[in-house]
Design a protein around this ligand. Structure first.
Ligand SMILES: Nc1ncnc2c1ncn2[C@@H]1O[C@H](COP(=O)(O)OP(=O)(O)O)[C@@H](O)[C@H]1O
Ligand code: SF4
Ligand SMILES: [Mg+2]
Length: 325
């Protein structure tokens, strides 16, 4: 069974003039222990997808349709308190800026032990031992001393390690990490991503890793979902999506990964920009930018279709009706 199941998720923002549909019919699942990458341009809907799952959509944003299931249990319509409990115990969250996850007034040890004591049946002494071990596991040197330090006494990279320790403290089955290294110095981003991957794999925690960096996806994830204008353009095993993209948008994204061997002149960007939510064209949302668009793309919206080893929302993969019959 899937650990997480997102089914036909729609997120809307009521607006003075009508409703903005920010996520439209998003469906995917994550298996236990699996790392799913979620990639897409800024504004594609990555963070909203993560926020809907962890129950932190900011009003007036709301789940307008669809459902979210954790181990088969619906979690999208739970109350604030129930969701808070799930968020600590069963789903851990890591955000871009480590300071949003840490309380500046408490030592990291206090924050770790409080989380452990809230969710796990252990004594305070045992919780402290566990907290020290978590800090060691996340690569904090001199953890026995550092545990009594405050967040501001850590560097940005070390703080994000503490946040990873905190997210894992109650042994959740799923970690939602939204651009966890974007705020960090470029030189330490890869280390933190490797840490996140290794520590989650070793504990069997599944990860939904949100990033705009296809290189990070390639090195870290088992599967990847490509978002475009609030919809999934393509989803599949990471090597298939990277090496044999089935959706023209994914193909464009792959071509735009800077290749160290080549000079930057050859960097192949996709012309045009992703549409605003209030100006998504009918048919395929990508059609104004797509070199392969044809008549059907202009007025009929493609669902996710089987496209070899991946699934792609693109009419190029439609089975001709005479074959289907
Ligand atoms: N509070 C809000 N009100 C209206 N639109 C919003 C709000 N929050 C996000 N959006 C819109 O939802 C879309 C997806 O946002 P987001 O999930 O943050 O994108 P990403 O994380 O992929 O960059 C964007 O077009 C954004 O403008
Ligand atoms: S459905 Fe048409 S416009 Fe959309 S990506 Fe496929 S070919 Fe391009
Ligand atoms: Mg975002």
């Amino acid at each position: 069974m899937s650990l997480l199941e997102v089914q036909n998720l729609v997120v809307e923002f009521p607006h003075r003039r009508g409703t903005l549909r920010a996520l439209d019919d998003i469906s995917f699942s994550i298996a236990p222990g699996e790392i799913l990458g979620v990639v897409g341009e800024s504004g594609a809907g990555k963070s909203l997808t993560g926020a809907a799952i962890i129950g932190l959509l900011e009003p007036p944003g709301r789940v307008a349709a669809g459902q979210i299931l954790l181990e088969g249990q619906r979690i999208d319509h739970l109350g604030h308190e129930q969701m808070r409990h799930i968020r600590g115990r069963r789903i851990g969250a890591i955000f871009q800026d480590p300071l949003t996850s840490l309380n500046p007034l408490y030592t990291v040890g206090r924050q770790l032990t409080e989380t452990i004591l809230t969710h796990l049946p252990v004594s305070p002494a045992e919780a402290r031992t566990r907290a020290i071990q978590l800090l060691k596991d996340t690569g904090i040197p001199a953890a026995e001393q550092r545990i009594d330090h405050y967040p501001h006494q850590f560097s940005g990279g070390m703080r994000q390690r503490v946040v990873i320790a905190l997210a894992l403290a109650a042994e959740p089955q799923l970690i939602v990490a939204d651009e966890p290294t974007t705020a960090l110095d470029v030189s330490i981003q890869a280390q933190i991503i490797q840490l996140l991957k290794n520590i989650c794999k070793s504990r069997g925690a599944a990860v939904m890793l949100i990033t705009h960096d296809m290189g990070v996806i390639a090195e870290t994830c088992d599967r990847v979902a490509v978002l475009y204008a609030g919809r999934i353009a393509e989803i599949g095993p990471v090597h298939q999506v990277i090496n044999h993209p089935a959706h023209p948008y994914t193909a464009g994204l792959m071509a735009s990964i800077p290749d160290m061997e080549q000079d930057r002149e050859r960097l192949n960007q996709i012309d045009g920009a992703m549409p605003r939510l209030n100006a998504i064209p009918p048919g395929c949302a990508f059609n104004p930018r797509c070199a392969r668009a044809f008549e059907r793309c202009l007025h009929e919206r493609p669902e996710l279709l089987d496209a070899g080893a991946t699934r792609a929302a693109c009419w190029l993969h439609a089975v001709p009706s005479e074959v289907r019959a």
